[in-house]
Design a protein around this ligand. Sequence first.
Ligand SMILES: [Zn+2]
Ligand SMILES: [Zn+2]
Ligand SMILES: [Zn+2]
Length: 331
Amino acid sequence: MELRKDPITRSWVITGDDVPENVPRPEDFCRFCAVSTSPLQVISTTPGLDGSPWAARSVVHPNPLYRIEGEPARRGDGLYDRMRSVGAHEVLVENPRHDRHLWNASEREIEQFLLLAGQRIQDLKRDQRFKYVSIFKNHGVTAGQEFEHPNSQLTATTFVPRRVLYELRAGRDYFDQKERCVFCDILSQEERQNQRVLETRGDYVALCPYAPRVPYETWLLPRPHEAAFERSAVARPGVMADLAVLLRRTLQRIRTVTEDFHLVLHTSPNSLHRSESLGYWKTIDEDYHWHIEIMPVLASKNKSYTFKEVYYSPVTSETAVERLKQARIEP
Ligand SMILES: [Zn+2]
Ligand SMILES: [Zn+2]
Ligand SMILES: [Zn+2]
């Protein structure tokens, strides 16, 4: 596996002929369950609740895309750029139980998972090779789910992924003009207009973005400005409780529309080791604002070519928010 940079869009891609084909293998046991005896390389755990050995834990991905050893060895190839796929690739096991998902686990269980996510990001940002730590979840066959057990994944990379890079550049440009955070401005306008806000819980807001990429796209954001998720998550015990409940309720609502979804956490890049060449660092704590994006996968809407070039959502966010609000969910 190696990383190559597209000289036009400046996006890095991971490529190689040694990628294991993503064929679902039948497994008669689950290696991520608490009772499993199959060896896993455990990196970190959070203390168990109600007598379980652990609440959430991270393990090395059994078939990692990125490997932790060595230096990226970035080098030119004519006008091109390439580097080794150095990084970290972890599975974040959300719950010791096979049937406890982010939409039916307890508030404290989800809170422990969010805390683990924060701790892993903080830990990996200490490694100056890594410019970004991503956390994402693919749920359902059409969303590319890899393991049956409730899990998310983490990658730490020597580059900032494309979508985050767009957001960082846009956040910086908005701040240059207005000296305000674009996410804070979106939040205050959305709360004022109240047409696309799905629900608020304590300091957290769930909303359907004004220009959705897919039907029922939903974001979760903290109302107080904060660039780094991990700083919020580990600030004080209990700080993630409201987010845990809002996440659970939002996923319950989305699951009334479709079971398959992508979820991604967008936090600030690793600013402990600033790269002057990247230029978005100076105001990052003021111009970027962490958030969670949930992209439901509606199989029938996934076909067209234009989907990849111009996002097309046959459901407006105003309609989406009304339908999701009316969804019957648990209290
Ligand atoms: Zn399991
Ligand atoms: Zn902000
Ligand atoms: Zn984002």
